[in-house]
Design a protein around this ligand. Structure first.
Ligand code: GLN
Length: 484
């Protein structure tokens, strides 16, 4: 059963080939047996999953059940889940039982999807390798000596190791697309505001967006159909009609205008990764798309602008973790200052502290104009690059990440090297655009990703462009070695 995509599982449930309870048991058994090698889950919610599966079977028996009814999924541990620990992979929230469901969790529950558990991640979603988790690193199923990418590395590894057919994730600067690339998956970050952020623990509120990790674009469309909604509880959620994201999947690509930005093929790109991306571009040409050289001239400013804006927002968002209202509290505080200082020193890991310090500095009086305001101006220019490009092309295509999965420890001593992992993904977040990564081949027996960037709310088009590639190629069907 675990070889099937979500679309195939939905068919299997309707054909009575298996029940949701059988399917859920099967996944729970695999997680118990195989996950110790990957560490992709922080919490497994077996009892809750089986109860949800039994309910789903009743709905399926009654007919007219939603398409994901009875299908198991995993949620990144950044999404609040009622009555279940929601840790954000931090010691700070190790004891936090969420008192409500995130809107997207409720949306999946209402559709009858079954929650298997909560997946591992970089602490507070800060990282590109899943090495900053309080619960230990996640291993890449393709090569357990290598990172799965981050911050949604647990969601990616769980899907790549067939320990969940699909998972939710979040992307502030690349955290869905980069792990998708490194684990050979399809990762979708929707337009900012397409999916509710309510109940998703905030890292950088103007950049964070929830999305999906799946094996295929078709599954991503099914997940987005369920996940996307207008939510008045999130003031940045856009009241834009939710389409049926499967509707355009089969459209032919003849006449599609693909933009190839020259800035995405510069010095930092691994030569073999560039070749795989070029081969993918040739596939698109053979499918009838036309290729256009374009320029996104402010690309080189994306990482520096992001590393002012994201830490600034994180320093504000994480001020709520003070040892009083939520989470970890130090033992025997002497006074209030001691309580704050020790609770925060003990509760946060090194990378989180680094971001809070950078952010507080950038926002401080006297530096605000030089750093934060300047970064916001740069952000505007980056957005304008895309607006101009989309005058002439329908999608933009390039690599997702500069190279395949790297070894544990190889970038931990050099934060800037780690930050450059997201050099091709971050601009999309700064502009608020949707982005998608699909597998396009192997380098050194490890997957690499092709990134597709679409115009605002063009998720349907992006999924169509990805699906057509997956109809013409079989990279998305390749499994990590030893995963049957
Ligand atoms: N790697 C980037 C960071 O550490 C992006 C993280 C994310 O998208 N959540 O900030």
């Amino acid at each position: 059963m675990h070889q099937h995509t979500m679309a195939q599982l939905a068919q299997g449930l309707r054909d009575r080939a298996f029940s949701s309870v059988e399917l859920t048991r099967h996944y729970l058994e695999r997680i118990e047996r195989l996950d110790p090698a990957y560490n992709s889950y922080i919490t497994v919610t077996a009892e809750r999953a089986l109860a949800q599966a039994a309910k789903a079977d009743e709905r399926l028996a009654n007919g007219n059940a939603p398409i994901l009814c009875g299908i198991p999924i995993a949620h990144k541990d950044i999404f609040c889940t009622l009555g279940v620990r929601t840790s954000c992979a931090s010691k700070m929230l190790d004891n936090f039982i969420a008192p409500y469901n995130a809107t997207i969790v409720s949306n999946y529950e209402a559709a009858g999807a079954v929650m298997l558990g909560k997946t591992n991640m970089d602490e507070f979603a800060m990282g590109s390798s899943n090495e900053t988790s309080f619960y230990g690193p996640v291993k890449n199923p393709w090569n357990t000596g290598c990172v799965p990418g981050g911050s949604s590395g647990g969601s990616a590894a769980s899907v790549a190791a067939h320990l969940a057919p699909g998972a939710t994730a979040s992307d502030t600067g690349g955290s869905i697309r980069q792990p998708a690339a490194l684990c050979g998956l399809t990762g979708l970050k929707p337009t900012y505001g397409r999916v509710s952020r309510w109940g998703m623990i905030a890292f950088a509120s103007s950049l964070d967006q929830a999305g999906t990790l799946t094996r295929t674009a078709e599954d991503a469309a099914l997940m987005l159909n369920t996940m996307a909604s207008f939510d008045p509880k999130d003031s940045t959620c856009v009241d834009h009609p939710v389409e049926d994201y499967t509707a355009q999947l089969d459209q032919p690509l003849s006449g599609l205008r693909i933009g190839i930005p020259k800035e995405y093929f510069g010095d930092g790109l691994n030569a073999d990764t560039a070749k795989r991306v070029q081969d993918a571009i040739n596939v698109y040409a053979s499918l009838g798309a036309t290729l256009h050289d374009i320029s996104l001239p402010h690309t080189h400013l994306a990482v520096p602008a992001y590393y002012v804006i994201a830490p600034a927002e994180c320093s504000a968002n994480l001020s709520r973790f003070d040892g009083v209202r939520y989470g970890h509290r130090c033992e025997n505080p002497k006074d209030l200052n001691d309580l704050y200082e020790r609770s925060r020193s003990e509760g946060f890991g090194e990378e989180v502290k680094r971001r809070i310090l950078v952010g507080a500095y950038a926002l401080s009086a006297g530096y605000y104009d030089a750093y934060y305001n300047k970064a916001q101006q740069v952000r505007r220019l980056i957005k304008q690059d895309f607006v101009d490009a989309f005058e002439n092309v329908d999608v933009i295509l390039g690599p997702t990440s500069p190279s395949p999965a790297f070894a544990f420890g190889s970038k931990t001593q050099d934060p800037v090297a780690m930050y450059l992992e997201d050099i091709y993904t971050i601009a999309t977040n700064l502009a608020g655009l949707p982005g998608l990564s699909i597998p396009c081949g192997l380098v050194d027996s490890k997957p690499v990703g092709l990134q597709l960037i679409g115009n605002y709310f063009a998720e349907g088009k992006l999924l169509n462009v990805a699906h057509q590639f997956q109809q013409a190629t079989d990279f998305h069907e390749q499994c990590a070695p030893g995963i049957e």
